[in-house]
Unconditional design. Structure first.
Length: 401
């Protein structure tokens, strides 16, 4: 399940950044570019979930029934605030998430304060959990869980390197988008509608099993054939290595490994492309998406900013077919791969549906984010808690001398 979700998110992320050369797709691409430049905003998101299953054993159905009961009438409401500088080296965030699971409501609040302007990074993360989750003795009477990271010994956030990385990324995305054209016509102009008394321009992105498979295939092959993409990857890893506090020998070794992979890519490319073709063909046939597929509407204001996102994701997860898809990589790359390792008894279909609506407002306007006042009486520092537990464990189980 995790790999499936990660794959969908990855593909959609690429699609949303590089939607091609069609007029409607260019409009949406420009809107996403503008979204990356936003310095402040607020949003309200509503999510509902549905779950249906078939083909499972009686024992499995018993466990699934409990999950169904939990998801019945499930609603998730998320309110977010964002405030950051243009360089994205300083950022504050607030997220208030309210859940209703199985008729039981609870909420989680989160505050984040990040500063990468100095040589070393600073980040403060504060989480207000429901009282029902503050069950251990250390949390008694507390409201907040604090994760405070300062002067990280493993990573150096040099502002010059951060800006250099950001500039290279922006240039790569701009240049790469000019040649990225899967020719699938995935975006439609849906006309205009009124949102909060103002005219918005609506574009619809839709994917079915065939277009999802073609999109993955095109993107993977396009990246393999794109010299600029490979050069960017090398430069990106080089900058990251400078930010990670490792010895010169370790950095040199990592760079040599990456250079070797890139130098040998031409030789391994035919096999990689064959694997991609077989994988995406099998993916299309396993019908990962249900009849409704993925449909997302984006509403743009007159300035070109996205002010509303709404849609659905209809997943049809056939466990046996997904297992076959995930086994393809081993089948193509491992000469000793044994077909008998596939579990013939695996069966069942999970039909998972998501509907969502996200309203975005106060774009580039004043947004107030007040960090909670923390005291020893109302908060627990996770770092101190872990340290105390580690010391306690060491006293209970001392190492042999």
């Amino acid at each position: 399940m995790k790999r499936i979700s990660a794959m969908i998110v990855c593909v959609l992320s690429v699609m949303l950044i590089f939607v091609g050369c069609d007029y409607n797709e260019n409009k949406l691409y420009n809107a996403f570019k503008k979204s990356l430049e936003v310095t402040s905003s607020e949003s309200d998101t509503d999510i509902s979930i549905t779950l249906e299953t078939e083909g499972f054993s009686e024992e499995e159905q018993f466990s699934i029934a409990a999950v169904k009961m939990l998801l019945q009438d499930t609603n998730i409401n998320i309110h977010t605030k964002l405030q950051q500088n243009k360089q994205k080296t300083s950022r504050k965030m607030y997220v208030d998430t309210q859940f209703v699971f199985g008729g039981i409501g609870m909420g989680v609040e989160y505050w984040g304060d990040y500063n990468m302007l100095q040589k070393n990074s600073k980040s403060l993360n504060v989480i207000k959990l429901p009282s029902i989750m503050m069950f251990s003795e250390e949390f008694a009477g507390k409201e907040y869980l604090v994760i405070n990271q300062e002067n990280n010994e493993d990573i150096t956030y040099d502002s010059k390197l951060v800006l250099e990385l950001q500039e290279k990324l922006n240039k790569f995305l701009k240049d790469y988008a000019l040649q990225y054209n899967p020719n699938l016509k995935l975006v439609k102009n849906k006309g205009r509608k009124t949102i909060d008394g103002k005219t918005a321009y609506v574009y619809e992105l839709s994917l079915d099993n065939e277009s999802l498979s073609k999109l993955i295939n095109y993107t993977a092959n396009n990246l393999l054939d794109n010299k600029e993409a490979l050069e960017f990857f090398s430069e990106y890893m080089d900058i990251i290595s400078k930010m990670v506090n490792k010895s010169e020998e370790e950095v040199k070794k990592s760079k040599e490994e990456i250079d070797t992979i890139l130098e040998n890519l031409d030789e391994s490319k035919p096999a990689l492309k064959n694997m991609i073709d077989v994988f995406t063909d099998k993916l299309c046939k396993c019908n990962l998406l249900g009849e409704k597929g993925i449909v997302i509407e984006y509403a743009l204001n007159k300035e070109g900013y996205i002010i509303n996102e709404s849609g659905l994701i209809d997943l049809n997860i056939d466990i046996a077919k997904i297992e076959e898809v995930m086994a393809i990589q081993n089948r193509l790359t491992d000469e000793e791969y044994d077909e008998d390792i596939l579990d013939e008894d695996v069966s069942g279909v999970i039909k998972l549906g998501f509907k969502f609506n996200k309203k975005i407002y106060n774009i580039n306007e004043k947004v107030e984010i007040d960090m909670p006042k923390l005291t020893k009486e109302n908060s627990v520092d996770l770092n101190e808690l872990m340290k105390a537990r580690s010391e306690s464990f060491s006293q209970m189980y001392p190492k042999d001398i």
